[in-house]
Design a protein around this ligand. Structure first.
Ligand SMILES: *Cc1c(COP(=O)(O)O)cnc(C)c1O
Ligand SMILES: [Zn+2]
Length: 402
């Protein structure tokens, strides 16, 4: 009922092959015969959202390796909307997945596939959250995990997760893009299953963000969805979720897909502004948002196609702008996110200010990871706690001082 297909040359591969990219080098997509898919409409209307609610649209036969991923809240954010100057704003907070990022949606699908394929060891290169998630799902599945991290460039909470869930953690003396090259070679030569987002099954799990947004809006489609962009898989995946619902006649439109990067790491934004599908890799990407500190995003072509096809756009924000958005989310809406996640809000603000986004649009911003992933960044951008002697006069004085 499904196959893998190259997005460049159309070459097909069966779902029993361990393959990540086409012989021609192109990215692979999972394709379905939608006419053969029977959706239980009663279940669709009544069951609470979660990744596996949409199992009929996922390329997995057996029992999922699952610890309840997805089903994250879609918050209506009126205070933040008022500050930014837009009528209807929602935040889909993916930081509330089991390991604290949307990566869990992809990993539940990808690790389930690894079990089906009979793979014995799992690996990834990661800016942090992919490794945290893979370590979590590897533990649940009972499979050993190897993760390659760029030394000194991964937020503390994410390293802690990989360690406690029992992964073998390698700190590579290089950046993320270099770690990706190494892990791909390792997996090819040692028959280890690769779970970077080049793996098409991971993106299938992530497309359920699109399904859930529709579902939570009463099977309506927002005008626009704004997503932080690193390796660019999520932008493409979410778009696919919306397209599928349209294909199945559940909805009748797709949102304008809008991808946000940082000024220090924005090959996708640059390609969009030039109107092309191919990025020019950046050698030394740099940003406080370590999750998207990526110079050579593997899924850029898929994401750019989604952006062009949906009539969306891409913009880059500064670290200062994303820090302001991170504080606004936390202080106006009670939503705690890590730096990369705040780029969706910072990008929205920038695109409203420049007139690209209309005040009347109904917008969903995706926040990709939880605040506690990166406590060090928070301490660096916040005023320090006030140290006070343990007596009431000192406490009162501190409370009323300015
Ligand atoms: C992985 C990640 C991203 C980037 O997602 P891509 O699919 O690689 O574009 C953004 N934010 C956070 C918190 C992430 O973990
Ligand atoms: Zn091909």
């Amino acid at each position: 009922m499904y196959q893998l297909e190259c997005i460049e040359c159309g070459q097909k591969y069966t779902d029993s092959e361990v393959v990540y990219t086409c012989k021609c080098g192109g990215l692979l997509d999972v394709i379905y015969d939608y006419s053969a898919i029977q959706l239980d409409m009663e279940r669709l209307r009544t069951e609470a959202p979660s990744v596996w609610k949409y199992k009929a649209l996922l390329p997995v036969e057996g029992k999922p390796v699952s610890i309840h991923e997805g089903g994250t809240p879609l918050y209506r954010c009126d205070r933040l909307a008022e500050k930014i100057g837009i009528k209807e704003l929602y935040v889909k907070h993916e930081g509330l997945n089991p390991s604290g990022s949307f990566k869990d949606r992809g990993m539940t699908a990808g690790v389930t596939k690894a079990m089906e394929l009979g793979m014995k060891t799992l690996a990834c290169a990661s800016t942090g959250n992919t490794s945290a998630s893979l370590s979590t799902y590897g533990a649940k599945a009972g499979l050993p995990v190897i993760v390659l991290l760029p030394e000194g460039k991964v937020a503390l909470g994410k390293v802690a997760q990989a360690l406690i869930h029992g992964a073998k953690v390698l700190s590579i003396k290089g950046n993320f893009d270099e770690a990706v090259v190494l892990v791909r070679q390792l997996c090819d030569e040692e028959k280890i299953y690769l779970l970077n987002s080049i793996n098409p099954y991971r993106l299938e799990g992530q497309k359920t963000i699109g399904h859930e947004i529709c579902d939570q809006l009463g099977f309506n489609v927002p005008d626009r969805v704004i997503v932080p962009v690193g390796n660019a898989g999520n932008t493409a995946a979410i778009y696919k979720g919306f397209k599928e619902f349209m294909e199945l006649g559940i909805t009748d439109s797709v949102p304008k897909m809008t991808g946000i990067q940082t000024e220090g790491a924005c090959p996708v934004t640059k390609a969009f502004k030039m109107g092309v599908e191919d990025i020019v890799p950046e050698k030394n990407p740099e940003t406080i948002a370590t999750a998207i500190r990526i110079g050579n995003p593997v899924n850029a072509k898929k994401a750019l196609r989604a952006i062009y096809e949906s009539g969306g756009c891409s913009e880059a924000v500064s670290d200062e702008e994303l820090i302001e958005a991170q504080k606004d989310l936390a202080q106006l809406e009670g939503i705690g996110v890590e730096p990369a996640s705040a780029t969706s809000i910072a990008g929205l603000k920038k695109l409203i200010d420049s007139g690209v986004i209309d005040h009347d649009e109904k917008v969903v911003c995706v926040t990709t990871g939880h605040l506690l992933k990166d406590p060090e960044e928070v301490m660096n951008i916040s005023t320090k706690p006030i140290t006070v002697d343990a007596n009431i006069e000192a406490v009162r004085k501190a409370v009323f001082s300015r």
